[in-house]
Design a protein around this ligand. Structure first.
Ligand SMILES: [Zn+2]
Length: 842
């Protein structure tokens, strides 16, 4: 609240400072390349700090230093500035709130002493994301006590349960969370949220004052302003944010993830549309195997029924039924992957629900009045679910808290999860929806860090910390489960409150092929299997000697530069950070070479850039003599012509490749030339080489003869190769496997420059494989033998054990590599990125 009393001229700096106080820099941006990071930093530096005289700044800083330290959960009020009016905002024709109208609405809410409005991050295109926190005002002392009880829940669930028994939580305001508009073209959750907030801010109804007396209500106004304005499902990077929560590759998911961790809310709604019939979760099976599902479902089914009653109680003639998938469907709407926001929130102890409002207002055949009527009804439905959820959570406050504490207690005690025992849930379940998997948790996971500068291990440890998972680090070598691990290893003790989340990150997952006929989205993900770090399992029942281990809250820097003046600096590039370092050197014009043994080297004269790379990417460099570089080849791929979807372009950008989307028409028109590119990456149908005119056909042949690299992925990559007569190979792409996906064991050719040092597992979606290999086509990677399918959903996978999935060869002088796997999928499998980098660098 203290920021509001400052002079208006200081607004910009206040904003910057308060952001810095309460929201430490988003730590796991995947160590973005500097070229990506700079614009964001520049935005913060210039846009948020308008002209401010030095004297004013000094006065302000003295004010700030006198202010009490901000508690993590204590809301602050940011200065909300207007953005220019945008007449093209897609909300306007729908008679809904355009993004530029949100700032004035939030300032109006700030007139209430119950309301704080925070800027919790920026979208992919740099637009502010707003969190509104509403509660009965509390003094700093009250917030300190609130924070203590809030933290106690996961820090010491036994103590929290005892405190609850003793009545200490009776006056504690429990947190409730609502997220809206994560799909930009599902607008009305935002409008409903603003209506609800207006009521909460200014109503004197007893219902409202009692609610605010006992809860901290946190609402994200829009999780996707880029999509709201453009009328797109995805954000400005082309990502579906509601597929990104367990990956957190996008700023929108990282911002809301931080708020979920900050509050560990008891309930969480994610407002969507449009499914014809209003849909309210809980879901069909299979249910995520790391939830304490028996505790979740007995709350979620009742909250769902309460929301249903409120929706039907609206009396809207077009809203006469509600689909609760757990009750109404037998399959197809599962909560298996924590890519979805409510499922991710469940790992932080929330009873999470996706809510789908009914009517699609996007049909171009609708007249404006018809469209406005649909959005009016949708807004009313969304509002009804939010208000009913609040009312139900308020009525069941202590029961919800008790179950959340029981989730955390089971984790901390290392107890097994349990089957559903709730009579109501069992009686309402349709089909197999009441079946749950009981996870077998190991005693611990260890991420060994024996090599100096193991950026893969550091990256995974940092990601775990960013997800509120407890991580310890070995001060000295230690033994667990019969294995000895080196000093520096990261240890995740599975006796912890959020062990479900730790497990979903570190376990490979499960093959659910035979459990349900269809799945809603992906069925496998795993940072342990797909992010390139080694992860060892300490079996259940083993002792874990805590004396060698210290809790950590941050990961120590891994970079190292040897002293002296070596002729060359060597480093490994088998991780995302290593690729980023290579591309930074190439961008800066530093000659990079790769030896036959896979060591990358830059000249000793590049010392200052080497120091930068050690600091920025955590690279540990070694001293390399000139003799060691005999036979080394230059790595100088900077510019990549692409025909690829948004997620793959994002992954290429994270690696530091400069990409330009190309097609035959652009080459023919002279918009760009083959000479503009060092490599091509093709995975969509947009670039048909047969459409190049005769001049460009000749230029393409000359470019290949000059040693260009071509990487193709999937059916379109293979088709590009086939149409350009590059590799003599066929692709098997069964239509019935369109929705199959999962993690597979693979066998790599150790002599392959693409996969020789690759991970033993990979990811497939719409699985394919190669066949009919002609002369000169090498197999770099195959599916493993029987049992190769490790996790996911893929009916019939047994038939393709051992089949080739990465192949390569030389065509007209060009190195060509084709992938049937998904090494860049949704920017998730970072440990597979080096295969693509290696192929581009050939
Ligand atoms: Zn949606």
């Amino acid at each position: 609240m203290w920021t509001r009393s400052l002079p208006a001229g200081l607004a910009g700096l206040v904003l910057t400072v308060s952001v810095a106080l309460a929201a430490p820099a988003a730590p796991d941006d995947g160590a973005l390349a500097p070229s990506q990071r700079t614009p964001e930093d520049r935005t913060q530096a210039s846009d948020l700090t308008p002209s401010l005289a030095p004297a004013d700044a000094a006065a302000l800083l003295s004010t700030l230093s006198a202010a009490p330290a901000q508690l993590p959960g204590q809301p602050r009020d940011d200065v909300i500035v207007d953005v220019p009016e945008n007449p093209a905002d897609a909300s306007i024709p729908l008679n809904l709130t355009p993004y530029h109208a949100i700032a004035p609405a939030l300032r109006a809410l700030q007139e209430s002493d119950r309301v704080s409005v925070e800027i919790i991050g920026q979208s992919a295109l740099g637009r502010d994301l707003h969190l509104v926190v509403v509660t009965d005002p509390m003094s700093d002392a009250e917030w300190t006590e609130w924070q203590r009880l809030s933290d106690l829940r996961s820090a010491d669930p036994d103590a929290a349960l005892a405190a609850m028994e003793a009545g200490e939580y009776d006056d504690w305001k429990s947190p409730l969370f609502v997220n809206s508009n994560i799909h930009g073209n599902e607008w009305e959750g935002t409008d409903a949220t603003l209506q609800v907030l207006d009521e909460l801010a200014f109503s004197s109804d007893a219902e409202v004052t009692e609610l605010l007396d006992q809860h901290v209500i946190a609402m994200v106004v829009t999780n996707n302003p880029d999509g709201r304005i453009a009328g797109t499902r995805s954000n400005g990077n082309g990502f579906d944010i509601n597929r990104d929560y367990i990956t957190a590759s996008q700023p929108e998911s990282r911002a809301v993830r931080a708020q979920l961790i900050r509050y560990d809310p008891l309930t969480m709604l994610d407002e969507h549309g449009y499914t014809g019939t209003t849909l309210i979760e809980p879901t069909t099976g299979p249910h995520g195997e790391n939830y304490e599902y028996d505790l979740y479902i007995r709350q979620a089914i009742r909250n769902g029924l309460a929301m249903e009653e409120a929706v039907l109680g609206l009396g809207e003639p077009s809203v006469t039924e509600v689909n609760i998938p757990f009750r109404n469907q037998t399959d197809g709407w599962d909560d298996w992957p924590p890519i979805f926001t409510p499922m991710y929130a469940m790992y932080h102890g929330a009873v999470g629900h996706t809510v789908e409002i009914p009517h699609n207002p996007r049909d171009p055949e609708l007249t404006p009045p018809e469209r406005h009527e649909l959005t009016r009804i949708n807004t009313a439905v969304s509002r009804a679910t939010i208000e009913a959820n609040f009312a139900w959570a308020h009525e069941n406050r202590m029961s919800l808290l008790a179950d959340q504490l029981e989730i955390f207690r089971r984790g901390a005690a290392g107890e097994s999860s349990r089957p559903i025992g709730d009579d109501l849930a069992l009686s309402l379940a349709l089909g197999d929806n009441a079946k749950t998997f009981l996870q077998d948790y190991p005693r611990a996971y260890v991420i060994p860090a024996e090599r100096r500068g193991d950026t893969g291990a550091a990256r995974l440890a940092r990601f775990l910390l960013d997800n509120d998972v407890e991580v310890r680090q070995a001060r000295r070598p230690f033994t667990a489960g019969g294995a000895t691990y080196p000093a520096g290893s990261y240890v995740v003790d599975m006796f912890q409150a959020k062990r479900g989340l730790a497990s979903t990150i570190l376990d490979v997952g499960r093959d659910v092929t035979t459990n349900f006929p269809t799945m809603y989205d992906i069925s496998a993900w795993s940072q342990a299997s797909l992010w390139g770090a080694d992860v060892a399992t300490v079996p259940a029942g083993s002792a874990l000697d805590g004396r060698a281990l210290s809790p950590i809250s941050a990961v120590a820097p891994t970079g190292y530069v040897p002293p002296g003046r070596p002729a060359h600096y060597g480093f490994a590039a088998g991780t995302l950070a290593g690729i980023q370092a290579v591309n930074t050197f190439v961008d800066a014009g530093v000659p990079v070479r790769r030896t036959a043994s896979g060591v990358f080297a830059v000249p000793g004269s590049a010392r200052s850039l080497v120091e930068d790379a050690a600091a920025t990417y955590g690279i540990a460099f070694s001293a390399v003599g000139t003799a060691a570089l005999r036979g080394a080849v230059a790595v100088d791929v900077a510019r990549v012509g692409t025909s690829a979807p948004a997620d793959e372009l994002h992954a290429l950008a994270r690696m530091g490749f400069a990409t330009t989307n190309v097609n035959a028409a652009g080459f023919n028109a002279g918009t760009y030339a083959f000479a503009d590119f060092d490599a091509l990456y093709v995975s969509t149908a947009g670039f048909d080489p047969r459409q190049l005119d005769a001049t460009r056909q000749a230029a393409f042949a000359a470019w290949r003869a000059g040693g260009g690299s071509i990487v193709g992925r999937g059916a379109s990559g293979w088709a590009f190769s086939d149409r350009a007569a590059l590799l003599d190979v066929d692709l098997v792409d069964p239509r019935e496997w369109n929705s199959a996906n999962g993690i597979v064991a693979v066998t790599n050719d150790p002599a392959s420059p693409v996969t020789g040092t690759a991970s033993p597992s990979s990811f497939v979606s719409n699985p394919q494989h190669f066949t009919g290999l002609g002369a000169g086509v090498r197999v770099d990677q195959r599916f493993g033998d029987e049992g190769f399918f490790l996790a996911g959903h893929w009916i019939g996978h047994e038939a393709v054990a051992g089949q080739p999935v990465v192949v390569s060869g030389v065509a007209g002088g060009a190195d060509v590599t084709l992938f049937a796997t998904e090494p860049l999928y949704r920017s998730h499998p970072e440990g597979l990125f080096p295969q693509v980098a290696n192929a581009l660098w050939q």
